[in-house]
Design a protein around this ligand. Sequence first.
Ligand code: ZN
Length: 156
Amino acid sequence: MKDNGGSGGAGRKQGAASPCAACKLLRRRCSQECVFAPYFPADEPHKFASVHKVFGASNVNKMLQELPEHHRGDAVSSMVYEANARIRDPVYGCVGAISSLQQQIDVLQAQLALSQAEVVHMRMRQYSTSPVNHSPENHSPPSPPDSNHFWYEHGG
Ligand SMILES: [Zn+2]
């Protein structure tokens, strides 16, 4: 009864019936402990084809073995990315993407510095012209308060 709803034999058939993409390409038997199987499923053969072409299967195997399992998925993603970039651009690989993004950063930083300088300039202009409105034609002396009048009349 307690076995009823469990995950009985979820991955049992996979090993024998369909090898992972790596083992299929390398024409070898895919074992239960195949290090590639979790990351190179049979329905995405291009992923392993790319890393195999650029890094070599045994290097990929070695790199994955040296990593703890929770890092292997990310490692495979980055290797696939790097390999695809190298295939697309045999000279620069993903360095081509990195340096073009770096150039964009430089250009945008220069634009940002210019805009910030402009903002400071505009604020300073606004500050020096806006608050007091003293035009020469409207110049009239402030009338003294009443108490002052009283004072002068009595003081004579
Ligand atoms: Zn395999």
